[in-house]
Design a protein around this ligand. Structure first.
Ligand SMILES: Nc1nc2c(c(=O)[nH]1)N[C@H]1C(S)=C(S)[C@@H](COP(=O)(O)OP(=O)(O)OC[C@H]3O[C@@H](n4cnc5c(=O)[nH]c(N)nc54)[C@H](O)[C@@H]3O)O[C@H]1N2
Ligand SMILES: Nc1nc2c(c(=O)[nH]1)N[C@H]1C(S)=C(S)[C@@H](COP(=O)(O)OP(=O)(O)OC[C@H]3O[C@@H](n4cnc5c(=O)[nH]c(N)nc54)[C@H](O)[C@@H]3O)O[C@H]1N2
Ligand SMILES: [Mo]
Length: 792
């Protein structure tokens, strides 16, 4: 990096005062990228933090004093920045460079790339976009899903920037929905309240709850990534205050271990049966809250015959539930009594809805909560938001910092994101979704920025087949992700440490400075898309004439104008100074559904009746046997009791990785602290392992009819027999690059998961939580992992 006048001045005048004297310099092209020795406040995919620089290089990390809990992964930032898997220059697949749309697409993923200049790369991208648009229309341009690239960003939201760019060019075909909570997002507003993230404030919970039931919920791991880790701290605090915590989970999660709470192992995909067994117990022991059912719910009378078996001949007793879930009947009865007898918060995670018939589990928990009758009481009820984001953080009075607008897409008819492979492979096919017909577009060009389909989508081998279909695949990413390796054109984006933006976390608005200027030949997402927009003739619409720093100031000034509780400093002072504006935290008194409980007529819910619905006429009317009118136990397509289970007797779960953000930072040094035999760890029950002669530390092969992957064995009693766990996000590392069906050497669970069917025709959500497989000791040679090497 060359020493400019501004970097020189910033390095000799540390602190706010000196910089405030030179506001025009403090707003130089790269924020505080010029700091040579000192701290730089940044905002990353896992939140704001200070980076420590020495001699112009990022060498360390300091957490904000407001940060709730430490997290080891934050320390990986220098490695994230300088990692050998950074894409260092624009690269084009050799075959594509020669033959363009006539290229051999089965060669995708072969890693045979050629470095090109930015000028050539962007010339080819714009030529291809123009060609597809002219020949096939805008619907043949497709935006690949991005989500977690820049979740904390405001200006640099990769998804919104790419949408804005494509929308300015006449639009692109696109999708709706998400991988996180699609099933619950569709069912919850229809039968209960509108937001899957709704939660009471933690102070109320701390003061009132006596029992918290973690239901498919691992908050000590999943709250780390967001919002200053307040919620992580709140869970430790709950434990410290002596609140009893019970976890219903197929494995002893990090939360169970960290909080030392009771563990009720459950067979995956059977939570609806457990909830029904609990409800049946409440009913037969007359423990249900009749006044609540009467005053706040609808349809119990029609649900009751299902519960008692009067409708289908099967009473949903604790014994019945025990046979399905593997939890002893007495334990189920004991839990029902305990929940009814004390102030109980049920904290549901989202794993149980990322499954076949995933609409049913959250609905069943709502029904159970309604029978318990504690909804709207302090420390009681059901929440699906205490494991996520700032769930339970007392809302401060502060302005919302805006973000870049995606603009409007002129191309109609998005399809469910869960149908990604199906849509790529079957242009023109029509599917049914919640009473509507949706026809797939004819996708010819895919442009992805900030998404990693080759790890995040289910059934990787089908994704490979799907990615052979379009004529052109463009990936914009700072790292050689498995998806970048499958592209024709790879555009090196700068990371979140090399650009200026704002952050908003808890009660803070923070400056997000570029810690260094863009590394190697990378360019910021904004810079790349601005030049492309220029070449395609819509630069002005894309930029509105603003530079990066002008946008940052624009969002800051808009927030400042709205701010009432605190007088925010002028932008120059904010940017050059400490860069943190703190707002007063909320009182912490909010109780979810208290207003509804207080007055169900004036504060109705989002459902058709305004009440909690045991039976939904709206859902029933659709006539879907895969999503009936009330919470129902329906066997999933794959589980212990299903067809094929004799051949593949293990149920696979792939929860979110405790020491990663999906695939992000799988390539950094923390990986070495959890890998086994250099691979992703797979958690195997001791009995299952003994039967197969597997010991901890062994390389094993997981397989089913869809795919195969190596992993490193951890043999333990801490997972239910018959269940196996491989966390999501491990980088797909094919032994034969580009080949469909190849053995994955590192350990991505999506080699084994199902892409079809989806949850149901109601939500059309992905079901990565439903899959069976088997495991064996790997007898072949210990193939070296190459996923994290540089390409080219
Ligand atoms: N560290 C970290 N945190 C994250 C993320 C990350 O990548 N890393 N990702 C974030 C994102 S995008 C999301 S959507 C959320 C996801 O949040 P969730 O969907 O709630 O998280 P999961 O890890 O999938 O599952 C939570 C727990 O459910 C258990 N489980 C799995 N199957 C079953 C089952 O059938 N029944 C029951 N009862 N339990 C089951 C798992 O063992 C795990 O302990 O996490 C967020 N937080
Ligand atoms: N088996 C299984 N699969 C799952 C899940 C599961 O529980 N089990 N969970 C699902 C869920 S809930 C989610 S949310 C998805 C997550 O899937 P993704 O959203 O794909 O997750 P990330 O790994 O965070 O991918 C982000 C990509 O953006 C890139 N990136 C990071 N920063 C930037 C940037 O500044 N600019 C650009 N251009 N790119 C950047 C990263 O390198 C990475 O390739 O996975 C889903 N897949
Ligand atoms: Mo997610």
């Amino acid at each position: 990096m060359s020493i400019t006048r501004s970097t020189f001045i910033r390095s000799i005048i540390p602190g706010a005062v000196g910089l405030a004297m030179f506001p025009h310099l403090a707003r130089g092209a790269s924020g505080s990228g010029g700091v040579v020795d000192g701290r730089v406040l940044v905002n990353t995919s896992i939140g704001p933090m200070f980076l420590v620089k020495k001699g112009g290089k990022v060498v360390g990390v300091e957490q904000l004093k407001q940060d709730g809990e430490p997290w080891k992964l934050l320390g990986d930032m220098p490695d994230r920045l300088y990692n050998k898997a950074r894409v260092k220059a624009p690269m084009i697949r050799r075959e594509f460079l020669k033959n363009r749309e006539k290229s051999d697409r089965t060669d995708r993923g072969s890693r045979d790339f050629v470095e090109v200049s930015w000028d050539d790369a962007l010339k080819i991208v714009s030529e291809e976009m123009q060609r597809i648009k002219t020949k096939f229309g805008n619907a043949s341009l497709h935006r690949g899903k991005s989500s977690w690239a820049s979740n904390h960003a405001h200006f640099y939201r990769t998804e919104a920037l790419l949408q804005r760019f494509l929308n300015g060019f006449g639009g692109s075909s696109t999708f709706f929905g998400n991988y996180s909570n699609q099933a619950i997002s569709e069912i919850l507003p229809a039968v209960a309240w509108s937001s899957p993230a709704a939660a009471s404030d933690w102070p109320v919970i701390h003061q009132n709850a006596k029992l918290m039931v973690l239901w498919g919920c691992n908050p000590v791991a999943t709250t780390r990534i967001l919002s200053g880790r307040y919620a992580t701290h709140a869970w430790y605090e709950a434990k410290k205050r002596g609140i009893e915590i019970i976890a219903i989970d197929p494995m002893k999660s990090e939360t169970v271990k960290e909080l030392g709470c009771e563990w009720l192992p459950i067979r995956p995909n059977t939570d609806v049966a457990l909830a029904l067994g609990l409800m049946h117990t409440l009913l037969t022991e007359n423990l249900q809250d009749k006044a609540f059912i009467e005053g706040y719910t609808k349809g119990f009378k029609d649900f009751e015959p299902y519960l008692t078996g009067a409708k289908d001949g099967t009473p949903k007793t604790a014994e019945w539930a025990s046979g399905i879930t593997g939890i002893p009947a007495d334990t189920i009865r004991g839990l029902a009594r305990k929940m009814a007898g004390t102030r109980t918060t049920i904290a549901g995670g989202w794993s149980t809805q990322r499954q076949h018939h995933g609409e049913q589990a959250p609905w069943a928990l709502v029904a159970l909560g309604a029978m318990l009758g504690q909804m709207g009481l302090p420390g009681g009820g059901v929440s699906f938001g205490l494991h996520y984001a700032d769930g339970g953080y007392p809302r401060p009075t502060m302005p919302v910092v805006g973000g870049i607008s995606p603009g409007t897409n002129a191309v109609p008819n998005p399809f469910p994101i869960a149908c990604l492979s199906d849509a790529y492979l079957n242009p023109g096919k029509t599917i049914e979704c919640k009473g509507r017909k949706i026809t797939y577009p004819d996708i010819r060009l895919v442009y992805t920025s900030g998404g990693n389909q080759l790890t995040h989508h289910q059934d990787t081998n089908r994704v490979i087949e799907a990615f052979r279909k379009p004529e052109v695949v463009i990936v914009q990413d700072p790292w050689w992700s498995p998806s970048a390796r499958f592209a024709d054109i790879v555009l090196p984006a700068s990371s979140d440490l090399e650009r200026n933006d704002l952050g908003q976390t808890l009660n803070l608005i923070t400056a997000a400075h570029a810690a260094v200027d863009p590394l190697f030949k990378s360019r910021t997402d904004y810079d790349i898309l601005t030049e492309l927009a220029d070449r395609l003739g819509h630069r002005q619409a894309f930029t509105e004439g603003r530079s990066e720093m002008e946008w940052v100031q624009f969002f800051y000034d808009a927030a400042k104008a709205q701010s009432k509780a605190v007088k925010m400093p002028d932008f120059d002072e904010f940017w050059a100074g400490e860069g943190i504006v703190e707002f007063p935290a909320g009182k912490g008194e909010f109780v979810h559904l208290a207003d509804f409980r207080n007055d169900p007529l004036l504060q109705p819910l989002s459902t058709a009746s305004g009440l909690i619905e045991f039976v939904s006429p709206y859902v029933g009317k659709l006539g879907y046997d895969d999503c009936p009118a009330h919470p129902t136990w329906i066997e999933p397509v794959e589980w212990k009791g299903s067809k094929g289970a004799d051949k593949f007797p293990l149920q696979l779960i792939s929860p979110h990785p405790p020491l990663r953000l999906h695939s992000q930072m799988c390539n950094t040094e923390t990986r070495k602290s959890y890998t086994v035999a250099d691979r992703e760890p797979v958690v195997i029950n001791a009995e299952d392992a003994a039967k197969r002669g597997i010991k901890s530390g062994d390389i094993v092969r997981l397989f089913n009819d869809r795919g195969q992957t190596l992993a490193g064995a951890i043999v333990t009693p801490d997972i239910l027999q018959g269940t196996i766990c491989l966390h999501e996000g491990g980088w797909y590392d094919p032994a034969k690059p580009g080949e469909k069906g190849a053995l994955d050497k590192y350990g991505s669970p999506n080699l084994l998961t199902l892409d079809v069917p989806l949850s149901s025709r109601f939500a059309q959500a992905t079901i990565s939580g439903t899959a069976i497989c088997d495991v064996e000791k790997w007898k072949g040679e210990a193939l070296p992992v190459t996923a994290f090497d540089a390409v080219g």
